[in-house]
Write a protein that binds this ligand. Structure first.
Ligand code: ZN
Length: 397
C-alpha cells in the first residue's frame, strides 16, 4: 500500500522550491521551474526511468520497455503564491505509482499548466495534442516584457521545435492524473479520494461597451452614454441569467475602464465574463440570453455593446473504462462515492480529446486552491495514489 510517508519522502526536496512567505511560486520557464525539473530528473534516475524533455518542454520519465505506455502525472508549475500540492502532489504520486506498478508506466509533468506567466494555461498538453496556436503563444509577453519565445529559449526549449510536439503523443496509450480537489465536494462527502467523471463546459466572453466621454457634473442624465454604468447593469444581469442553478457559475473577471478620469463619464469599458456549467447547453442558453440583455441595455442606455465569445470548451467526459476501474479501486479502499464534475481545466482534460484519460481527486479540507490555504492530508493522497496504481495495473495488463 502506498502510504503518506512514501509521498512525503518524494515531496521533501520539491516543496521548498519557490516556497515563500505568501505561498509557492514556480512559474514556467523560470529558475524555480528549472529547479523542479532537476528534482524530476533525480526522481526518474532513482526509479530506473529515463528522463526526457519533449519539444514542448514537457518532462517525461520513461521506462526501458518500448512504448506506447500508460502515462501518469500532473504539473510542477504553480500560479503566483499558490498552494504546495496543486500539481506537485500529482507528479510525486506518479513516481510512487510507477515505482510500484507491475507494468511499465511513463511519468509526465506537463509544462506551464497554470499559464500564470503568459496566460497560456495547459500549454504543454495542448502542444502535445496539436491544439496550441504556436505563433500566438510564442508572441505573448510576461509582466517583465519577456516574450514566451525568449523565455523558452532561455530555458533550453527551441521555439522552432514546438510544432513537432504532437509526434510524441504516439508514445501514450492513455493518461491518468491525480490532483487536489479544488472544491469541498470530497470533504463534504467525507471520503479521502474520488473520481472525476467530466470536466465542466466553459465559456469566456469579452464585452466591449462604447459610450461617450463627457463632464461628470455638467452632463444631464438624458444626455449621458455611460459605458461603466451599462457594464455594471450587464454584470448583474449576466449573473441573474444563471438563475438558481448551484452548478452554474458566472464570474465577471476583469474590467478595464477608460478614460479612468475622476470627473469624466467613462467612454469605454472592456469586460470579461467566465461561465461554467456541467452541460454545454446550459452555457449556450446563457450566452443567447446575454445577447438579448445586451441589446436591451444598449437601447436603454445609448451605449454600444458588442459581445464576443473569446474561448469555449464543450467540456469533456473522461474515459468510462478508467472511471469504472478508479471508482472500483476507490471503493475497495473505503472511499466509495459519486463521481465529481470538475469546473477547472486540467492536462488530463486536454489529453482526453485524443486518448483515454481520467482523473482522481484528493480531499481538500478548505476547498481552496491557487492559494496557500489549500489543505490536503497525505494520508488521503495515498488512497488516491493507491487507487490509481490498481487501476493502471488493470488497464495496462
Ligand atoms: Zn493544478
Amino acid at each position: 500500500m502506498i502510504t503518506a510517508h512514501d509521498l512525503a519522502a518524494r515531496l521533501k526536496d520539491l516543496e521548498p522550491i519557490g516556497l515563500g512567505p505568501s505561498g509557492t511560486t514556480r512559474l514556467a520557464w523560470t529558475p524555480e521551474d528549472a529547479a523542479a525539473r532537476r528534482w524530476f530528473e533525480r526522481q526518474a534516475v532513482a526509479g530506473g526511468l529515463r528522463a526526457e524533455r519533449d519539444p514542448a518542454g514537457n518532462l517525461w520519465a520513461v521506462p526501458g520497455a518500448p512504448g506506447p505506455w500508460w502515462g501518469v502525472g500532473s504539473h510542477l508549475d504553480s500560479v503566483r503564491s499558490g498552494g504546495r500540492h496543486d500539481g506537485a502532489l500529482g507528479v510525486a504520486a506518479a513516481f510512487e505509482v510507477a515505482a510500484r506498478a507491475g507494468v511499465p508506466l511513463a511519468v509526465i509533468s506537463f509544462a506551464d499548466e497554470e499559464g500564470a506567466r503568459f496566460n497560456t494555461p495547459t500549454f504543454g498538453s495542448r502542444a502535445l495534442v496539436g491544439r496550441l496556436d504556436v505563433d500566438d503563444a510564442l508572441g505573448r509577453v510576461d509582466d517583465d516584457g519577456v516574450t514566451m519565445a525568449d523565455a523558452l529559449t532561455a530555458a533550453g526549449v527551441d521555439p522552432a521545435g514546438l510544432p513537432a510536439a504532437p509526434r510524441r503523443l504516439a508514445l501514450l496509450r492513455g493518461f491518468v492524473e491525480l490532483h487536489i480537489d479544488q472544491t469541498r465536494d470530497l470533504a463534504r462527502a467525507g471520503v479521502p479520494a474520488g473520481v472525476v467523471g467530466a470536466l465542466a463546459s466553459r465559456m469566456r466572453v469579452e464585452v466591449e461597451l462604447t459610450g461617450r466621454a463627457d463632464h461628470a457634473g455638467t452632463t444631464r442624465r438624458n444626455e449621458r452614454r455611460d459605458a461603466l454604468a451599462a457594464a455594471a447593469r450587464l454584470i448583474v444581469r449576466a449573473d441573474e441569467l444563471a438563475g438558481g442553478d448551484p452548478e452554474f457559475v458566472v464570474t465577471a473577471t476583469r474590467l478595464l475602464v477608460e478614460p479612468g478620469a475622476l470627473t469624466t463619464i467613462p467612454s469605454h469599458v472592456a469586460l470579461w465574463i467566465d461561465a461554467r456549467a456541467p452541460a454545454p447547453s446550459t452555457v449556450e442558453q446563457w450566452r443567447a440570453g446575454l445577447d438579448r440583455v445586451a441589446q436591451e441595455l444598449a437601447r436603454a442606455t445609448g451605449v454600444a455593446i458588442e459581445v464576443r465569445t473569446s474561448a469555449q470548451s464543450a467540456g469533456v467526459a473522461f474515459d468510462p473504462a478508467i472511471r469504472s476501474r478508479l471508482s472500483a479501486a476507490c471503493a475497495d479502499l473505503g472511499s466509495a462515492g459519486a463521481e465529481l464534475v470538475c469546473f477547472a481545466g486540467h492536462d488530463a482534460g486536454v489529453l482526453a480529446e485524443r486518448l483515454p484519460a481520467g482523473m482522481a481527486f484528493v480531499r481538500n479540507a478548505t476547498g481552496v486552491s491557487h492559494a496557500p490555504d489549500e489543505q490536503v492530508a497525505l494520508e488521503d493522497a495515498a488512497v488516491a495514489a493507491e487507487a490509481m496504481l490498481r487501476a493502471l495495473e488493470e488497464l495496462a495488463a
